[in-house]
Design a protein around this ligand. Structure first.
Ligand SMILES: [Zn+2]
Length: 57
C-alpha cells in the first residue's frame, strides 16, 4: 500500500490518501489538491514533491 499525507509536504492539512496503485493515488491527491487547496493542476515541481513524500505502508 502506498500512502501520502499532505502534512509531509508541509501543508497544514490532515488529508491522508492510500492506494495500491500509485497512478490512482496520484488521482486522489490531484482531486484533493483541487477541492481542498484550489490547486487546479499539479505541476511537475509539485508532482516531484508529492512523489518524494509517498511512502510504502
Ligand atoms: Zn491537503
Amino acid at each position: 500500500m502506498k500512502k501520502f499525507a499532505c502534512r509531509d509536504i508541509g501543508m497544514e492539512c490532515n488529508f491522508v490518501a492510500q492506494d495500491n496503485d500509485e497512478r490512482k493515488l496520484m488521482e486522489k491527491i490531484a482531486k484533493h489538491a483541487r477541492d481542498a487547496h484550489g490547486i487546479q493542476k499539479i505541476d511537475s515541481a509539485l508532482e516531484a514533491k508529492v512523489r518524494a513524500a509517498i511512502k510504502e505502508a
